[in-house]
Write a protein that binds this ligand. Structure first.
Ligand SMILES: Cc1cc2nc3c(=O)[nH]c(=O)nc-3n(C[C@H](O)[C@H](O)[C@H](O)COP(=O)(O)OP(=O)(O)OC[C@H]3O[C@@H](n4cnc5c(N)ncnc54)[C@H](O)[C@@H]3O)c2cc1C
Length: 392
């Protein structure tokens, strides 16, 4: 049995006309350009270079960057809606887009000066260059402040030494936002954020991870050996690094929610289509109560995840605090997409376990959304602390 034709189940009640039209054109683009390549990208682990180039032309790589710096000048609502559409077809492509927008462009736009924006934000926003975000290390992930990478002053500049781990797009990125300890006596208040260009002597790409999913997105070690950067490469003040890192992740979590909602929607749509054509005991399995329970729960949770994402995006776009809501959206969307993909396999039965269907890819891709940009355990800590602060 071949993959049945998929219909779209999507609510757009909270998007304005411009946002809806952007999401619809992203869906057309994703179906036309990404869908035919997604299984191959997963299997060969190839970086989707041509698709990323096209996304740059369409303005998808600098969606929230001001037009003054070559961006699309849109908000988190439009960004997350477009990202969902990309993720429906390919979670690897979605995370490449998300990292460039949320983790590379954002910190430079929010904390950089005009000269830094001219040099790095402009080419990142158009996709002429690709960015990455280097916070995690072999010995520190959730506990980011336990990093070992050092930045030592030399003249007007800095010398960086250390190893960054699990860096998305690390194999391709030309511009890296790197966090390093400037003053070890100050704990998390002693961290600086630096823009480091790939061509700097001493900067190299180390181990490339072999992963469970999102295979088209590279996950690399970035090795910094006596990398000299001038003072102009410091983002914000010399001790602003932790603030830059956390502020960046707040927005990034809306993007990962978008990726997770997209994966969940793909699993839901494909499971529904399959259930309408697969027969058991003389009728489509869609008519079996047990399958209906799966589909009803999958649809309801996917919509609920999207609504949490829309809430966080709306607050961000309104300039209101959104850190808790972004953590809630990321947490719920990640756990939803893992559950929906798991149940999607169940609906397809044995076929769901094979590579003849995309469902097993969604299942493998889903898992990472519970881990990066803060694990689900860390999101719960962020949420609980925020609730206690707001209500205490
Ligand atoms: C594919 C991929 C792409 C990534 N991309 C990037 C990137 O681009 N840039 C980057 O900087 N990093 C990136 N990461 C790193 C990612 O953010 C970390 O893996 C993640 O933050 C978890 O850190 P860790 O792996 O060191 O796990 P640990 O922090 O060692 O956690 C191990 C376990 O302990 C739990 N835990 C830790 N602390 C607590 C606590 N206080 N309370 C309760 N439970 C806790 C965790 O939730 C987890 O279950 C990526 C990782 C992967 C796998």
């Amino acid at each position: 049995m071949s993959n049945p034709k998929r219909a779209v189940l999507w609510s757009d009640a909270f998007l304005d006309e411009e946002q809806r039209s952007l999401a619809e054109s992203a869906r057309d683009f994703a179906r036309r350009e990404i869908a035919p390549a997604a299984a191959r990208i997963d299997e060969t682990h190839e970086f989707p270079r041509e698709i990323v180039r096209q996304m740059g032309q369409m303005g998808y790589l600098g969606m929230m960057v001001d037009p003054e710096w070559n961006g699309s000048g849109l908000g988190a609502m439009a960004y997350s809606a477009v990202l969902e559409e990309i993720a429906v077809e390919c979670a690897s492509t979605a995370v490449i887009m998300s990292v460039n927008n949320s983790l590379a462009c954002h910190p430079i736009q929010a904390f950089g000066n005009d000269e830094q924006k001219e040099r790095w934000l402009k080419p990142l926003a158009t996709g002429e260059k690709l960015g990455c975000y280097c916070l995690s290390e072999p010995g520190s992930g959730s506990d980011a402040a336990a990093m070992k990478t050092r930045a030592v002053r030399r003249g007007n500049g800095w010398v960086l030494n250390g190893v960054k781990n699990f860096i998305t797009s690390g194999n391709e990125a030309e511009v890296a936002v790197v966090f390093a300890i400037v003053d070890p006596s100050k704990g998390h208040r002693g961290i600086g954020a630096f823009v480091v260009e790939r061509e700097r002597p001493g900067y190299s790409v180390g181990k490339l991870e072999k992963k469970l999913g999102i295979n088209g997105s590279s996950t690399a070690q970035i090795v910094l050996e006596n990398v000299e950067v001038p003072g102009e490469n410091l983002l914000g003040g010399e001790f602003d690094g932790f603030k830059v890192a956390m502020n960046t992740l707040d927005g990034g979590r809306i993007g990962i929610a978008g990726q997770a909602v997209g994966i969940a929607r793909a699993a839901l749509e494909e499971a529904t289509a399959y259930s309408l054509v697969r027969e058991a005991f003389g009728r489509p399995i869609a008519e079996l109560g047990a399958i209906q329970v799966h589909l009803a729960d999958m649809a309801t949770k996917t919509d609920a995840a999207r609504l949490l994402m829309r809430q966080a995006a709306a607050l961000k776009d309104a300039g209101a605090p959104f850190s808790r809501q972004a953590a809630q959206a990321k947490l719920f969307a990640a756990e939803t997409c893992m559950e929906v993909a798991t149940r999607g396999i169940q609906v397809l039965g044995g076929y769901g376990y094979t590579k003849d269907y995309a469902m097993e890819r969604h299942f493998r891709d889903a898992k990472i959304t519970e881990i990066y940009e803060g694990t689900s355990e860390i999101q719960r800590i962020v949420i609980a602390r925020a609730v206690a602060k707001e209500l205490g």
